[in-house]
Design a protein around this ligand. Structure first.
Ligand code: SF4
Ligand code: SF4
Length: 108
């Protein structure tokens, strides 16, 4: 599921440069994530980068946008056509948050 930023955001901007897809922007009131650009960091990191760095834990999984790891990997490939990604079978706890039980919001 995509990550969503709640109204507890303190507009610190720390998350914005961490997103591998440029999905995070400064919104009118709080920072925002474009869900069509969020891949939950699949193909890049073993944790959702924004969730890891947010000092007030207001980047959380969006329960209303559940997507499979396969869908997220395909999105990453479409967003970065010149990059090479592992295949679905090759994803690991270092390159796909759903495979990493130690990530920040694994229990949400
Ligand atoms: S989970 Fe990853 S891809 Fe999604 S907004 Fe956060 S940093 Fe970007
Ligand atoms: S790191 Fe958290 S508090 Fe800071 S801008 Fe991003 S969502 Fe808001």
């Amino acid at each position: 599921m995509a990550t969503i930023i709640t109204d507890e955001c303190i507009n610190c901007g720390v998350c914005e440069p961490e997103c591998p897809n440029g999905a995070i922007t400064e919104g009118e009131d709080f920072y925002e994530i474009a869900p069509e650009l969020c891949t939950e960091c699949v193909g890049f990191h073993g944790e959702e980068a924004c969730q890891e760095v947010c000092p007030v834990d207001c980047c959380i999984p969006d329960e209303d946008r559940k997507e499979t790891e396969e869908e997220l990997l395909e999105r990453a490939k479409q967003l970065h056509p010149d990059d090479t990604f592992p295949s679905l079978d090759e994803l690991t706890a270092e390159t796909s948050p759903p495979r990493n039980p130690d990530r920040k919001n694994a229990n949400l």
